[in-house]
Design a protein around this ligand. Structure first.
Ligand code: ZN
Length: 527
């Protein structure tokens, strides 16, 4: 080959490379530059149609103009905040993310919070990857910001990558742990210096609309432990106390969204050309739902206020960045069941609280009588584990112990069923939602022998006024909403899972998941 021919070939190859680069640029010209992923802690999908006529803000925009699934499910058994958040952006169930309960969620004494104000936290228990990892791999310049009142709400949607992850300290600051930073960045310090929560001292949470717009009774004696059950709900008069109490008020969600907007501007997120991620988990619906219940006037007002805050947030964001290049997704980490007294009143029944302590005590006595360690059977939330070494040393048969324990528990009113974990795979997981949700829950290396499921509407003894955590539909059902110029709007009846969100967003931002997912792309929402 002559020198000239070689040069021609090289320049032709160069041109080819150039034109393929130009093509790649053309292909990505309408790829979103920002994924906004919103989690509403304890949001039941029925709140949307229930309060629809009074929505005017961000929830209205998403409900009217988004692709809306009210039959979304956190399709796993322990419907708590940490496992729910681990499923959102990973596209995988908790058996795969390794996040099984709140108590074994993100707490990590080796990663203390900067400036204190709560336990240390990190994603060290989280296994595998998330949407942020897949985007980062495709475009290393992409960045992610995650914000919540709660550590687990901020940490788990992002996974293990040390991105910009912030949550609320009990003294009124947003901070992070040493897993992410050694000191707080200037923009976070500047936001904290405004001391916004302190300015609420002496004011009160009042109704947004005139009282006649709320059909719920205000004075309900079983709300909030019987204390402060009517509007207005005052903030403490002392500024430091107001900052601490702030977490349980609607304005906490407003503050979280203001902080997120501040972060978008300070970090330059969503300005292109690559795709960035903003994850926001809003926690007050959970606080208000626990204290007052899903049927309260307080949850009604919280949802209306959340709608207004989200409206201001989205309007502000669309002024800062091109709305056509933003995709928004919204879901919840779990739902909630009514307060047992509220349910009993509505159904003319009796509240059902389940107490297993007497059975656990009798079992311990039986073990001791056989010369076995009484701690050889452990009950952790609704999971039961036996220590086979301890039992065999005392010649106690593990299977017959488990059988006796399970039979005793099954007799207790409010217990739906008790399953041997090794039997769960024999069930029809299409129709048996309890078996399916437990199978989606338990990592294969977690030693659990039995799982206990409450009947719908039954509560564990000692539960706070209203709560969640079971595999039953009121706890598992959540909204799943997509919104943006690339989304086909409309209300849909199909059953979808929260694990379907991450693969769908990955498709929209044109990246490939780097591992096998449990979720699938919801092609029906794509334009
Ligand atoms: Zn909760």
């Amino acid at each position: 080959m002559t020198r000239i021919a070689l040069r021609t070939l090289v320049s032709a190859l160069g041109l080819a490379a150039l034109s393929s680069r130009a093509r790649a640029q053309a292909d990505t010209s309408n790829t979103p530059t920002l994924v906004v992923f919103l989690t509403i802690d304890q949001m039941r999908p029925d709140y949307l149609p229930r309060f629809e006529k009074q929505l005017t803000g961000g929830l209205k925009r998403l409900y009217d103009q988004g692709a809306v699934f009210l039959n979304g499910y956190q399709d796993h058994a322990i419907t708590e905040t940490a496992p729910g958040h681990s499923a959102t952006m990973s596209g995988r169930f908790p058996y795969s993310t390794g996040i099984v309960t709140n108590s074994a969620g993100v707490e990590d004494p080796l990663a203390p919070m900067i400036g204190g104000g709560g336990p240390g936290a990190s994603p060290f228990r989280f296994r595998g990857s998330t949407l942020t990892d897949w985007i980062r791999l495709a475009t290393p310049r992409s960045r992610a910001l995650s914000v919540s009142r709660k550590d687990r709400g901020a940490i788990l949607p992002i996974g293990r990558q040390p991105e910009e992850v912030y949550w609320y300290a009990s003294d009124g600051r947003f901070t992070t742990s040493t897993y992410y930073h050694d000191t707080l960045p200037g923009w976070v310090q500047a936001f904290n210096a405004k001391k916004i929560p302190e300015t609420y001292a002496g004011s009160a949470w009042t109704l947004l609309l005139p009282a006649k717009e709320y059909p719920e009774l205000d004075s309900v004696d079983f709300e909030n432990g019987g204390r402060g059950v009517v509007f207005p709900h005052p903030f403490p008069a002392n500024p430091a106390d107001a900052a601490r109490a702030f977490m349980a008020y609607p304005s906490m969600d407003s503050l979280t969204l203001q902080f997120a907007l501040n972060g978008i501007q300070s970090l330059g997120l969503g300005a292109g050309p690559v795709t960035d991620v903003l994850a926001v988990s809003l926690s007050t619906t959970d606080a208000v739902g626990h204290a007052y219940g899903p049927d309260s006037r307080e949850i009604h007002d919280q949802i209306l206020r959340l709608d207004r805050y989200l409206g201001i947030f989205l309007d502000s964001l669309f002024k800062l960045r091109d709305a056509n290049r933003i995709v928004v997704a919204l879901t919840a980490d779990h739902g909630v069941q009514p307060n047992p007294w509220a349910h009993a009143r509505a159904t003319k029944g009796v509240p059902v609280y389940v107490d297993l302590e007497p059975i656990i005590a009798t079992t311990a006595e039986r073990l001791a009588a056989h010369g076995a360690d009484p701690k050889a059977l452990r009950v952790d939330e609704s999971m039961v584990t036996v220590d086979r070494d301890l039992l065999s040393r005392a010649h106690v048969d593990a299977d017959s112990l488990l059988r006796t324990f399970a039979n005793d528990v099954k007799q207790v009113p409010g217990i739906q069923r008790v399953d041997r974990v090794k039997e769960l795979t024999k069930r029809d997981t299409v129709t048996d939602y309890v078996a399916r949700r437990w199978l989606h829950m338990l990592p294969p290396d977690l030693p659990v022998d039995l799982v206990i499921t409450l009947q719908p509407y039954a509560y564990w003894e000692g539960s706070i006024p209203a709560t969640h955590g079971t595999p039953n539909d009121l706890d598992a059902r959540v909204p799943v909403i997509f919104y943006g110029s690339m989304i086909k709007p409309g209300k849909r009846d199909d059953v979808v899972r929260v694990v379907d969100i991450a693969p769908t967003l990955a498709k929209i931002v044109r990246v490939r998941p780097t591992e096998r997912l449990d979720g699938r792309v919801l092609t029906q929402v794509l334009r």
